[in-house]
Design a protein around this ligand. Structure first.
Ligand code: GDP
Ligand code: IMO
Ligand code: MG
Length: 425
């Protein structure tokens, strides 16, 4: 069966981009199915570093067809900027290999302004969004007032809709939030130019996916965000506004579950989170700071410092179950080198009892105290190791303990950001 779905198993930024880059070699096409430019996926190839937000990470492999699916929300200006960046790196961005669904939704300046205004109004209780307009764009989609990417085929009608949406947002910004209105004319001109540029890329992506599958081509669905940021499976409201989990691939691209033969979950060897919300194993101390510095844990999209903590086996087991994970890729094991003792959360203490499954209630998840299992660390540099048996014994034990705790095999361990810094088991 030809489909692999790649998902984030934690709170995003697990290293999906670099894993997609490996899996690209075994794929004919790669599709993004959800989210927008809130995603920031990094691929490093030697001295070249690509930060991708909308285009599937496989774009840097010349043989791949790239699809932006119906489940996405797309900011046309950002997409044009990203395509220009890729073209500047001599990557083929022709409409023969990039296909944009006409049924994705457009992010306009109305959405980004409303995202910022609502976050500011929430103050201390804010979600900590990327302020890319994701929530307002998906709200408009659910309200059935959104603008479809397909409208870009007629740039004049498209910008009329954009203008109307900005004017409506301005009434809200002024009356509801007491803010100044945003500019209308300049963005409308920019959106006109972007529509002209992107119109040739609008294709029936659902049909393209079906044709690929009928021809037994291999499709890789590149998830964005992570399981605990999924609108249904994460801790609401500290989530994104889309289905980041495996189900999002089915609805966002339009195929049935029988064609999926692999669900690869990417997890860091520890945990990070950007933005607010429950994070039981967060370390607010020197160890958290050490993980942040050694792991360079600063957001690809917003540059914000990421919150860091120990690996949470309860949250990871939850992701394995929610997505039907067939195998795990464990990234950033190298970041843990040099520590005497490592900790993995195996249970939580709530006010009432000890639990070993993830509380769905957000307030409970905020208040739990993790119960840790301690494991001995290792002190050698593992970034050049390429065979599992060459890892220090304690590093092997750490990986094997994770497998036992979360109930899925670790098929790849990554020990550095470069393409070849991987141990395939
Ligand atoms: P994504 O959003 O899941 O694609 O992940 P990001 O690209 O936002 O963040 C992952 C970061 O970790 C990137 O800067 C990667 O280059 C880096 N990275 C990925 N795997 C490894 C690894 O095994 N070791 C180290 N040290 N860095 C890694
Ligand atoms: P990738 O694909 C990490 C987080 C934000 C915020 C919450 C809602 O790179 O893993 P949004 O802007 O989506 O409304 O913000 O979700 N968030 C991410 N965190 N990686 C991401 O993407 C994220 N996309 C959104 O920080 O907490
Ligand atoms: Mg990221």
């Amino acid at each position: 069966m030809p489909v692999t779905v790649l998902i984030g198993a934690q709170w995003g930024d697990e290293g999906k981009g670099r894993v997609a880059d490996w899996l690209a070699e075994q794929s004919d096409a790669m599709a993004r199915y959800a989210g927008g430019d809130n995603a920031g996926h990094t691929v490093r190839v030697g001295v070249r570093r690509f930060g991708l937000h909308l285009v599937p990470s496989g774009i840097i492999h010349p043989h791949l067809t790239c699809i932006l699916g119906s489940g996405m929300v797309i900011n046309p200006l950002r997409l044009v900027g990203e395509m220009d960046m890729l073209a500047g790196q001599n990557i083929d961005i022709s409409p023969e290999r990039i296909h944009i669904s006409p049924r994705a939704h457009v992010i306009t300046p109305a959405h980004t302004a409303l995202d910022g205004a609502s976050e500011r109004a929430l103050g201390e209780g804010s979600i900590g969004t990327t302020q890319r307009g994701i929530g307002p764009a998906y709200s408009a989609k659910a309200e059935r007032t959104g603008i479809l990417t397909g409208m870009m085929a007629d740039p004049a009608a498209f910008v009329d809709a954009v203008r109307e949406q900005i004017e409506q947002a301005n009434r809200m910004l002024v009356r509801l939030y007491g803010l100044d209105p945003i500019e209308v004319d300049a963005p409308v001109d920019d959106y006109y130019a972007a529509a002209e540029r992107l119109a040739p890329y609008l294709h029936n992506t659902t049909q393209i996916v079906h044709e690929l599958l009928d021809a037994d081509k291999r499709l890789l669905c590149e998830g964005a965000q992570g399981t605990l940021l999924d609108i249904d499976q994460g801790h609401y409201p500290f989530v994104t506004s889309s289905s980041a989990t495996v189900g999002g691939a089915l609805t966002g691209l339009g195929f049935g579950p029988h064609v999926i033969d692999r669900v690869v979950a990417v997890a860091k060897a520890y945990c990070t989170r950007v933005g607010n919300g429950p994070f039981p194993t967060e370390l607010d101390d020197a160890m958290g700071q050490r993980l942040r510095e050694v792991g360079s844990e600063y957001g690809t999209t917003t540059g914000r410092p990421r919150r860091c903590g120990w690996l949470d086996a309860i949250a990871l087991r939850y992701a394995v179950k929610v997505n039907g994970v067939t195998d795990l890729v464990l990234t950033k094991l190298d970041v843990l080198s040099g520590l005497d003792t490592l900790h993995i959360a195996t249970a939580y203490d709530t006010a009432q009892e000890r639990v070993t499954s993830l509380p769905l209630d957000t307030a409970t998840a905020e208040s739990v105290t993790p119960v840790y299992e301690a494991l001995p660390g290792w002190h050698t540099d593992i970034s050049r190791v390429r065979r599992f048996k060459d890892l220090p014994a304690n590093a092997q034990r750490y990986v094997e303990r994770i497998e036992a705790l979360v109930g899925a095999p670790v098929s790849v361990v990554s020990v550095g950001p470069e393409r070849e810094q991987a141990i395939v088991r």
